[in-house]
Design a protein around this ligand. Structure first.
Ligand code: ADP
Length: 402
């Protein structure tokens, strides 16, 4: 049987997975991808090959009590039963927060799980979902090596000053600092810049990861020197349903004057704000774009999104001391022609100019000839997890063999 790696991305009621072959000496190769949707209720399982052909599909109704645990056990046994037999040899997990302790991917053991659990208060809405499948696999498939890959780790190259809040020293000692997220995406983009333009790999680049979650990262020589997300995944740009940076005084107003509980305030900032909150219509850019010509609220939400991106890019250009390249990635960055055009129009002062025809067809290069360049580069966080998982596994095997 061919050994494969499983890459997992777990949400509250979903489990997305990708399966990679890991031939020696070359990049891990995606073979299958799929998901379980509606876990805990009526659940749908689907797995496809890289041509999009459906290999397997199943449904469980809500009486079947099919949750994350059942899905993980089902996945591992099902993969071994396909026509081309493949045996999962390790699982790589996306984990949003690695705190200060984890600056690289790590093989999971009990001590690691405990340290990651201690970080739940720093990412209360994401970390528990990321840790649940790790615990389940340890219980149900105890021999399976698991590797935790962190969204924060890529930003550990930032300077002390870039990661510091102007708060009392003891808060910094308690871990209150800027961490930054979307690191798996930025890691991927940094790793492929040389394939687009070798000068970018050694230059000053701003990457705009614009999906449901959105942030910007300043790369210098391919490493992160500044980013818009901070202590939590709330900071920086407005997002689908998250507010992005707001004055901390707003939170006190919500608690004291509006009499919201901390949980209610948190729910407003994470799930009722951003594009959804401002438009009152949707968190989905496609829906807002389709209405923007006739609906002032949809237009206002988009205008704010673009304005904030443009302003924050200005701040990162200052941190970099100039700009050689701008990269758009993730759902909106890869697909929304108008957002890219509007952002670049707002960056004329930095010497960026749009190649309209190239922008309409998705580039990859969407700037006209002179000055800093602009690009559309599809991200691939799962491939980064597969790379990191293989590398940790290789180190473990080398250690066992020595
Ligand atoms: P996530 O952060 O959940 O991974 P994605 O990277 O998939 O999110 O991005 C989701 C966003 O991308 C949504 O706002 C969606 O409307 C937007 N998007 C996806 N396809 C398009 C498209 N063709 N045009 C404009 N926006 C798009």
């Amino acid at each position: 049987m061919t050994p494969v790696l499983i890459v997992l991305n777990a949400g509250s009621s979903s489990l997305k997975f990708q399966v990679f072959d890991v031939p020696d000496g070359v990049e891990p190769r995606l073979v299958w991808k799929g998901l379980y949707e509606g876990l805990g209720g009526s659940t749908h399982f689907l797995v496809k090959d890289t041509d999009g052909a459906v290999l397997d599909e199943m449904t469980w109704d809500s009486g079947d009590r099919f949750g994350h645990e059942e899905a993980l056990v089902h996945l591992v046994s099902r993969l071994s039963q396909f026509r081309e037999e493949r045996k999962p040899v390790a699982i790589g997990h996306r984990v949003v927060h690695g705190g200060e302790a984890f600056s690289r991917p790590v093989l999971v053991d009990e001590a690691v799980i405990q340290r990651l659990e201690a970080l739940v208060p720093l990412a209360p809405l994401h970390q528990p979902h990321n840790l649940e499948p790790i615990r389940i696999v340890r219980r149900r498939l105890p021999g399976m090596p698991q590797v935790a890959c962190f969204d924060t780790a890529f930003h550990q190259t930032q300077s002390d000053i870039a990661s510091l809040f102007a708060l009392p020293r003891e808060m910094r000692e308690r871990g209150v600092r800027r961490y930054g997220f979307h690191g798996l995406s930025y890691d991927y983009i940094a790793s492929v810049l040389k394939d687009y333009d070798p000068r970018l790999a050694e230059g000053r680049v701003v990457v705009a990861h614009l999906g449901n979650g959105a942030s910007l990262c300043a790369l210098k020589d391919g490493v992160s020197i500044a980013t818009t997300m901070g202590f939590s995944a709330l900071d920086g740009l407005p997002m689908g349903t998250r507010c992005g940076a707001v004055d901390a005084g707003v939170v006190f107003f919500m608690l004291r004057e509006m009499k919201l509980s901390p949980e209610e305030a948190e729910r407003v900032l994470y799930t009722k704000s951003g594009l959804l909150g401002v438009s009152g219509i949707s968190n989905d850019m496609r829906v807002l774009r389709s209405k923007a010509a006739t609906n002032a609220d949809a237009k206002r939400a988009i205008d704010l999104f673009v304005y904030r991106i443009t302003r924050e890019i200005g701040s990162l250009v200052a941190a970099l001391g100039g700009i050689d390249g701008l990269v758009f990635t993730a759902g909106i960055g890869e697909n929304d022609v108008a957002t890219r055009a509007e952002v670049i129009a707002g960056l004329a002062w930095a010497g960026l100019t749009l190649d309209e025809a190239a922008n309409r067809t998705g580039g990859p290069r969407i700037s006209s000839r002179s000055g800093p360049t602009a690009w559309v580069i599809p991200t691939n966080e799962e491939l980064v997890i597969a790379r990191q998982t293989r590398s940790v596994l290789g180190a473990m095997q080398a250690k066992l063999a020595s």
